[in-house]
Design a protein around this ligand. Structure first.
Ligand SMILES: O=C(O)C(=O)C[C@]1(C(=O)O)C=C[C@@H](O)C=C1
Length: 356
């Protein structure tokens, strides 16, 4: 046996012991994952990871090895987290449009805390990523209580045969943000999406700020943080301020307290769960007089509460429309009536089931 073979056989023995310890550790990790799930705790616990690193790296007295051991521990815990997420079904990739701090990001974070996130430039890219199985779910805005429907996303649900599997409502809080150390009186120009200005009109009026419309609120906050100029401000949420290390100079500047945006979570198939109490259907009629009212009449005849209706033009048939109707109830209970209504329609599809 040459020297290398000798050393390798030593490594083999060590690896053998480490494999046993690895399995032992992962078995405990599995129990932790289940405990965390039952108590509603998050997988990632940064405070605990800090303790693990501090206590264990003290055991390595050789200073030149210490930093490699810290890397080893970090890698170990990363593997442990991804194993926990796989056990708990949290190893999903979630797609959204925008950048960290955007409203879509803030909305998805209320539901998906540990998942991997993919960000996309525009709404359609999220649908394409879903179709290509690059992501398991996508989070997209559909309606703002102040500005109304985000119609593009309704067209895209149909174009890409996506399904609504959940709805997230996010209360939008606008604040005036500036770089660390700036004061309200320093601000001369403000960057924001045009909606940020519109929705904060009462606060902004008469203060003499130069309003500079920008791509969106998160990009505005990022830009202001990079410019490091005390005269520049942005409009954004408290979480966006935290992400871009900005100070809140004026809190809750939106004119309407109840400014809320509704987001849909989209997936590749319809999932019906017994807790669901809403369905979304899409249909078109034969474009004959009385056809629409006959379909709508059926909903009331079967005692189905219609919560909202939106219409969008059918792009390939001028002057024909597809209607999106949100209904109250569980799909399994409503199914027989829905099937009757389907017979009256030219096109009919259940495109969402979720819980309100
Ligand atoms: O102790 C926990 O809370 C764990 O989930 C285990 C563990 C680890 O592998 O040591 C993994 C993830 C946490 O971020 C912290 C530590």
């Amino acid at each position: 046996m040459n020297k290398l073979d000798q050393l390798r056989s030593e490594i083999n023995k060590i690896d053998e012991e480490m494999a046993k310890l690895f399995v032992k550790r992962m078995n405990v990790v599995e129990k932790i994952a289940k405990y965390k799930q039952s108590t509603g705790m998050e997988v990632l616990d940064t405070a605990r990871e800090k303790v693990v690193i501090e206590e264990n790296s003290r055991r390595v007295s050789d200073e030149k090895l210490k930093k490699y051991y810290v890397e080893f521990l970090e890698g170990n815990m990363e593997i442990s987290r991804s194993y926990q997420k796989a056990i708990l079904g949290l190893d999903k990739v979630v797609g959204y449009q925008g950048i960290p701090g955007s409203f879509s990001y803030l909305a998805l974070k209320t539901k998906y805390k540990d998942e991997l996130l993919n960000s996309y430039h525009n709404f359609e890219d999220v649908f394409i990523a879903l179709k290509n199985k690059e992501i398991e779910v996508g989070v997209l805005p559909i309606e703002n209580s102040y500005t109304g429907d985000i119609t593009d996303n309704f067209d895209l649900i149909k174009k890409y045969n996506a399904y609504i599997i959940d709805i997230i409502e996010l209360k939008i809080d606008h604040n005036l943000l500036g770089i660390k150390g700036s004061k309200l009186s320093d601000i001369k120009e403000i960057y924001s999406h045009i909606q940020g200005f519109k929705q904060s009109q009462t606060f902004l009026k008469g203060r003499g700020y130069k309003e500079i419309p920008y791509y969106n609120t998160a990009i505005s906050a990022k830009y202001v943080s990079e410019m490091k100029d005390i005269t520049k401000g942005a409009i954004g949420s408290a979480e966006t301020a935290r992400i871009y290390n900005l100070d809140i100079l004026a809190k809750n500047i939106n004119t309407h307290e109840e400014n809320t945006t509704k987001f849909m979570v989209i997936g590749n198939k319809l999932i019906v769960n017994k807790n669901h109490n809403r369905i979304m259907v899409a249909f078109s009629t034969y474009n004959k007089s009385g056809d629409l009212s006959s379909v709508l009449g059926k909903f009331s005849r079967y005692g189905i509460n219609m919560l909202s209706i939106k219409s969008r033009p059918l792009k390939d048939s001028p002057w024909e429309y597809v209607f999106f109707v949100e209904l109250e109830g569980n799909y399994n209970t409503l199914k027989p009536s829905i099937e009757e209504i389907e017979k009256k329609s030219k096109y009919f599809e259940v495109i969402g089931s979720y819980e309100k």
